[in-house]
Write a protein that binds this ligand. Structure first.
Ligand code: 5AD
Ligand code: FES
Length: 357
């Protein structure tokens, strides 16, 4: 077994690690060298630019009952809302006005939004010249194909955990195999695919977190979001703690950057819920994307997957400029381009290749 410095050197050189080596990095009591290695690899492969995506949380109705999630169908305390297709399109228009080039449409698994309705929303937003990311859960291959044909560019679906037994315990009536099938279908249909995991779930082990990273590497994902698990008071997991989740999530992100050097990794909102500088620390440990919320008014507060979510009392304009300030304060730049997977290196290579006379 290699020592820490050797594992980091190997990761920087080959972007491949054995499971035991991943476990060793995730178990480090002092992970400063890991964070620094991830920061170097981030700089080399995706640069100092940070991509912004405007997040529209358009419905908190959900047919599922995930034990950890505040909008699970059994949470009768959750006040439900659903934006109309017109309201969603209007928010996308405003996001374009703030300079965003991508909107992420996220919701619970809300059956009111039939595949045709969703496809129509995507078509209207595509006319604005925006890239569209969908994050609306498990669908059939045919539905994914329909959204793709309507113009959807990317799809986010976290695997949550690759521990199948744990997944099926925490997401009753759901099938891990079906979730993995969704990710394969999305890849085959030509989406940029984003996945990710929750870190700190009760019963989750370091070994299974290492498996998550190997799963992302093998797919491979184009993007992956890592979020600490934050117990919601109106769920069966209310009595769990958040002890250590932030640090461990940061380590997961950093190792992910080493293994998948050019993918897009968001500094997630949940990170900042657990730590006042959470997103900045994430950006300095491998992340290169931020997804500010562009949902307005009451719904902004009501999309409560976990308690203490940041920015719920702020306006989309405030967040747009606040986050830019934070990014610039650490010497990074806001990049208002589409920010597709590999964009940075493609542009860099194009700039350094002499043109044929
Ligand atoms: N804490 C943190 N993240 C959560 N999510 C759901 N519930 C919680 C929670 N209690 C995450 C899931 C989902 C994403 C949209 O939000 O990983 O995929
Ligand atoms: Fe929302 Fe700072 S990003 S207030």
């Amino acid at each position: 077994m290699l020592a820490e410095t050797e594992i980091l050197a190997k990761a920087k050189a080959t972007h491949t690690l054995a499971k035991e080596e991943i476990i060793a990095l995730l178990s480090l009591p002092d992970a400063r060298a890991l964070f620094q290695a991830a920061d170097e690899v981030r700089r080399q492969f995706v640069g100092d630019e940070v991509y912004l995506r405007g997040l529209i949380e358009f419905s908190n109705y959900c047919k599922n009952d995930c034990m950890y999630c505040g909008i699970r169908r059994s949470n009768t305390c959750a006040k439900r809302y659903r934006l109309s297709p017109q309201e969603i399109v209007t928010l996308a228009q405003k996001a374009a006005g703030y300079g965003y080039k991508t909107v992420v449409l996220q919701s619970g698994e809300d059956l009111w939004f039939s595949a045709d309705k969703m496809a129509d929303i995507v078509r209207q937003i595509k006319k604005m010249g925006l890239a569209v990311t969908l994050s609306i859960g498990e669908k059939t291959r045919e539905e994914y194909a329909l959204y793709r044909k309507a113009g959807a560019d990317r799809y986010l679906l976290r695997i949550e955990t690759t521990d199948k037994a744990l997944y099926e315990k925490l997401d009753p009536q759901m099938s891990w195999d079906n979730r993995a099938r969704c990710l394969t279908d999305l890849k085959e249909l030509g989406y940029e695919v984003g996945s990710g995991s929750l870190v700190g779930l009760p019963g989750q082990t370091i070994t299974s977190l290492a498996d998550d990273l190997l799963f992302f590497k093998q797919l491979p994902v184009d993007m992956a979001g890592i979020g600490p698990f934050i117990p919601h008071p109106h769920t069966p997991l209310a009595n769990n703690t958040t002890n250590g989740h932030f640090e461990l999530a940061l380590k997961m992100m950093a190792v992910m950057r080493l293994l998948l050097p050019d993918i897009n990794i968001p500094a997630t909102t949940a990170m900042e819920t657990l730590h006042p500088q959470g997103r900045i620390l994430a950006l300095q440990s491998g992340a290169n994307v931020v997804m500010p919320n562009v949902t307005e008014g009451e719904p902004r507060k009501m999309y409560e997957l976990y308690p203490g979510k940041i920015c719920t009392g702020d306006t989309p304009q405030k967040c747009r400029y606040c986050i830019a300030g934070k990014i610039e304060s650490i010497g990074r730049t806001v990049q208002m381009s589409y920010g597709f997977h590999g964009e940075y290196l493609r542009n860099k290579n194009a700039a350094s290749t002499p043109k044929n006379k």
